[in-house]
Design a protein around this ligand. Structure first.
Ligand SMILES: Cc1cc2nc3c(=O)[nH]c(=O)nc-3n(C[C@H](O)[C@H](O)[C@H](O)COP(=O)(O)OP(=O)(O)OC[C@H]3O[C@@H](n4cnc5c(N)ncnc54)[C@H](O)[C@@H]3O)c2cc1C
Length: 637
């Protein structure tokens, strides 16, 4: 008699997607189990020891604003914080932190183990348990473990990352693995193939790691973190919480490039040995040499993997060249002549599921109760995985609670853009987020992610009372500050009579410069008590500076923001026009066969989504609109 267990929600895989999914479901009150291959590697950072970065920092802020945990964990174990892109407009400012990789795992496990309703378990999941429901539709009822146990649940989230039929390549050597040192998920990979879902084969890679004691650090330029770090989480009161360290900037030499050129045919990618398609935006060093032959120098960064290790990550030197070539490559760089390699770089190819198989809630359209999140959906990146995991966990919980699904659209956040891109366009290479993927960048800044998403997280039950009270106090302060700046006028000088808000619209004027003109007013208003305490410090605390900057941005860019709000209204209208599940594209005359096939495969939920499917023209969209009426009348008869 097989041993069975019952939960409300099951999550497979304790990576960056799985941890968010499990936390969300448990926080929403569902009895949740998180199964993973190795409990000691929960939230393992497979590659670079950093969270955030260009656009990725936006995703971390959104995960945090909705009630996810990646931001708080990264703040707790950050060892170097930098706010990127500050030379450009506030729409593209992105927080990034080097993290202590080992402490990231420890902290995330601590958060998971501290969560009521959540049970973490070590086991290999080898199959899904389905039952047929009406008209050939199927529902998932549980999972089967390698030790034959069956575990039942009302909803299952699979987040197996790069493990499904994972195959590592290092030069001419290749062997199955989910990541270096961890087994591939072959049985589950085969089980998912049996579901008949469309799949693709993708690849990613990682650089060698070095022993920092064998590096001559004097040969490299130091890159320290920001003097006043910007945290990820809206709930973090202070950063940093650990000793801070620097990264170092390095460059290839002509000898490095020559070594690579002489051996590129031995790289898995160029020997034809690998079939998976690699991440265009995270190229290997050999990719860079081949694609940019005229570039004489490539920059890379030496990043510490943690405070209690000498291990150093070479960011920008991902490779699948043979070991001896990697060693020669590294030793050709001044300062690394004697460097000891702790781990070789390698490439990994793995199965991913075509994300057009999913709907906006990340549910597999053809299997009720089954959700997918993370790298399994064709993305690359801890942050891209985390936001999907959060959304999938929320929707798995809502499914079990019998409530309507939750999704975000392209105007709500980068999370909505990522999911809409995946389910509407699919992906034939690992998808990573960029700010250029957003139509409404100025509206989707890191500083207002809480205003866009925290009320939604509160409704879902993911934002606690203390965080909610802080959020409401902050919003009250910002509204009061905007009103004060709009009414406070200059009493003398050439700009006499102008309001501070009018002054602030000038490109050269900053809110910090105007602060002496209104800080007394703040001191008279209790709502600013916490803020004015900070005004006494010669350097504004980062949270005060960030709130002032946020108000400054709203005022400076109010014209553009109003224009974007009008365009957002148009998008929302198109998103409100849903396409019924019964709609039959084959009956729409005037659509090409190829378009009928693509629309029938993607099955967009709305007219808006249909219009974003590559190749679907405005004419096709208006035909669909007309035929919704025509087919609707036939349905009514
Ligand atoms: C070599 C390599 C290089 C990478 N380079 C980068 C990079 O430079 N930057 C970047 O942002 N991202 C990089 N990534 C990708 C990054 O690691 C992933 O995007 C991220 O970890 C995805 O998170 P996830 O939750 O989808 O999967 P993962 O973090 O991979 O987690 C998957 C989890 O599923 C579990 N699991 C798998 N199969 C089973 C099973 N059958 N039963 C139970 N548990 C199972 C595993 O134990 C693991 O805990 C790289 C990954 C690898 C492997």
């Amino acid at each position: 008699m097989a041993f069975t267990e019952q939960f409300d929600v099951l999550v497979v895989g304790a990576g960056h997607a799985g941890c968010e999914a499990a936390m969300a479901a448990a926080r929403m009150g569902l009895r949740t189990a998180l199964f993973t291959l190795n409990l000691d590697l929960i939230a393992q950072m497979s590659c670079n020891p950093a969270i955030g970065g260009i656009a990725k920092g936006h995703l971390v802020r959104e995960v945090d604003a909705l009630g996810g945990v990646m931001g708080e964990v990264a703040d707790a174990v950050g060892i170097q914080f930098r706010l990127l892109n500050t030379s450009r407009g506030p729409a593209v400012w992105s927080p990034r932190a080097q993290c202590d990789k080992a402490l990231y795992r420890v902290k995330m496990r601590e958060v998971l183990e501290g969560q009521p309703n959540l049970f973490i378990k070590q086991a290999e999941v080898v199959d899904v348990v389905l039952e047929d429901i009406a008209d050939g539709a199927r529902r998932i009822t549980g999972i089967r473990l390698r030790d034959s146990r069956i575990v039942h649940a009302g909803a299952v989230v699979i987040t197996t990352g790069t493990f499904l039929n994972g195959l590592i390549h290092c030069g001419e050597e290749r062997y199955t693995a989910g990541r270096s040192g961890e087994p591939a998920s072959v049985l589950l990979g085969e089980a998912l193939k049996r579901l008949g879902l469309r799949e693709c084969r993708l690849k990613t890679g990682t650089p060698p790691r070095l022993d920092g004691r064998t590096i001559d650090w004097s040969r490299f330029d130091e890159q320290p973190g920001d003097a006043d770090p910007t945290p990820f989480s809206f709930r973090t009161k202070t950063v940093p919480q650990l000793r801070q360290v620097s990264c170092h900037i390095a460059y290839t030499t002509p000898e490095t490039l020559e070594i690579i050129r002489q051996n590129v045919h031995r790289s898995a990618m160029y020997s034809g040995q690998i079939e998976g398609i690699g991440p265009r935006y995270c190229p290997s060093i050999e990719d860079k040499i081949v694609k940019f032959p005229d570039k004489t120098q490539h920059q890379f960064f030496l990043e510490p993997e943690g405070l209690n290790t000498h291990e150093v990550y070479i960011n920008g030197m991902s490779t699948s060249l043979p070991m001896e070539v990697q060693a020669a490559m590294v030793h050709s760089i001044p300062g690394l002549e004697m460097a000891e390699m702790l781990r070789p770089g390698y490439a990994i190819e793995y199965d991913a599921i075509d994300p057009t198989e999913l709907d906006r809630s990340l549910k597999v359209k053809s299997i009720d109760g089954l959700y997918l999140a993370g790298q399994i959906n064709g993305t690359s990146g801890y942050e891209e995985a985390a936001c999907q995991g959060l959304m999938a966990g929320i929707n798995a919980a809502l499914k079990v609670k019998g409530e309507a699904p939750f999704w975000l659209d392209r105007a709500d956040g980068y999370t909505g853009i990522l999911i809409d891109d995946l389910i509407s366009k699919g992906t034939n290479e690992p998808y990573r987020m960029f700010t250029s993927r957003a139509e409404f960048r100025l509206h989707l800044r890191i500083d207002n992610a809480d205003r866009r998403l925290t009320p939604k997280g509160r409704t879902l039950g993911l934002i606690g009372d203390e965080a909610w009270a802080d959020y409401e106090a902050k919003q009250a302060r910002m509204v009061a500050l905007e009103k004060l700046l709009a009414t406070e006028r200059l009493r003398e000088g050439e700009n006499k009579g102008q309001t501070l808000a009018q002054l602030l619209k000038r490109p050269e004027v900053t809110i910090d410069q105007l602060l002496p003109l209104f800080q007394d007013k703040l001191r008279e208003d209790d709502r600013f008590a916490a803020m004015t305490a900070g005004l006494r410090d010669e350097a504004l605390p980062s949270w005060v500076r960030n709130e002032l900057k946020s108000v400054e941005t709203e005022i400076k860019f109010s014209g553009y923001l109003d224009q974007q709000r009008r365009n957002i209204e148009k998008l929302k209208k198109a998103e409100e026009r849903s396409i019924p599940e019964w709609f039959d594209y084959t009956q729409v005359s005037g659509l090409s066969r190829e378009m009928k096939e693509k629309l029938g495969r993607v099955r967009p939920a709305t007219i808006g989504q249909a219009s974003r499917i590559p190749g679907v023209t405005p004419a096709a969209v208006s035909l669909i609109n007309i035929y919704i009426e025509i087919q609707g009348r036939k349905q009514a008869v």
